[in-house]
Design a protein around this ligand. Structure first.
Ligand code: GLU
Length: 307
């Protein structure tokens, strides 16, 4: 991929998106998420051959939220294998909001709605809660090549205090026999995972590893098994953008995962990983300006996998 062309198209897309700067609203249902500067915007791209583009507020640490569900899915797949994971979990998109009780029938619809991520979190191995979460943090640090990734205490406490819906989802799953673990352990780790502070560089780097078939960009180490990359990218395409995942596969056309903290992580297989950050969301929970930029880039560079 020609880096100059990519850079030029990125600059144009960001400029053209400026009129959306004040559109949409930051998430407030987790009170601490409202304490961000609403108009921030950052974008990072990391190509599979290690080249980088960074624009805007790329150093800013924001809450990873739902994008952490990608890591939990990969870990569950690594720890238990696909058959076990999908016995406990569906793989179809859901027309309901990410924390809606209807996202659960006999099991959670997919790994990227809350009930699904609570399920994958229950499948992360470790001798105790501390070790399970440490393994999750270590993966994030290794795959993003950033040992300084932090945990946003305030976001964590704010969500723990307001998480009755997730607690209800946990008990519904438990009643369906999906798991029988300590509720506080699973909820703590799920919410702690959502409260990890990342910047756009971190998520673009993780996305680049996925774009590179799960291989480290620096060594030949296979960070993520290639089959698990394939399953994860399929799920990002079908369920990564909440109940509007299909719509954005039509207009953007590559695997995506967004979070209510304002991040969107995208994977263009064989080419690059990308992350946008802009905390103003649309009604579904997707970063509004992030989508506008990704749509223009996809169109200008022919990035859709379906064309
Ligand atoms: N921690 C958030 C929740 O459980 C994640 C939501 C999201 O980013 O989709 O509601």
């Amino acid at each position: 991929m020609d880096l100059n062309l990519l850079n030029e198209k990125v600059e144009n897309a960001i400029k053209n998106s400026e009129k959306y700067k004040t559109k949409g609203n930051v998430a407030t249902y987790i009170p601490e998420l409202a304490n961000v500067f609403e108009d921030n915007f950052g974008l990072s791209i990391v190509t599979v051959d290690g080249k980088e583009i960074h624009k805007g507020d790329t150093d800013l640490r924001f809450s990873v939220q739902s994008i952490s569900k990608v890591i939990s899915l990969i870990m569950a797949l690594e720890d238990y294998g696909k058959d076990f994971v999908y016995e406990k979990l569906g793989c179809e998109s859901s027309p309901y909001p990410f924390n809606h009780v209807n996202t659960i029938t006999t099991k959670a619809a997919n790994p990227f709605i809350n009930a699904g991520a609570i399920s994958t979190t229950s499948m992360i191995k470790g001798k105790d809660s501390k070790e399970k979460f440490q393994r999750f943090m270590d993966k994030m640090k290794d795959w993003s090549k950033d040992k300084d990734i932090t945990f946003l205490e305030k976001v964590y406490h704010s969500e723990m205090e307001t998480t009755d819906t997730n607690r209800a989802l946990y008990y519904i799953l438990k009643s369906k026999g999906i798991f029988d673990l300590d509720v506080e352990d699973v909820l703590n780790r799920y919410i702690a995972g959502c409260s990890v502070g990342v910047n756009t560089y971190n998520l673009a780097y993780i996305a680049a590893v996925l774009a590179n078939g799960g291989k480290s960009l620096d060594s030949n180490e296979q960070f993520i098994e290639s089959d698990n990359v394939k399953f994860t990218l399929a799920q990002m395409s079908t369920a990564g953008m909440y109940e509007e995942s299909g719509k954005y596969q039509m207009s953007i056309g590559f695997p995506l995962k967004s979070g209510v903290g304002g991040g969107i992580m995208g994977v263009v297989p064989g080419k690059f990983g990308i992350c946008t950050y802009s905390p103003r969301l649309d009604n579904t929970g997707n970063s509004l300006r992030g989508i506008i930029v990704l749509e223009e880039l996809s169109k200008e560079l022919g990035l859709s996998l379906f064309e």
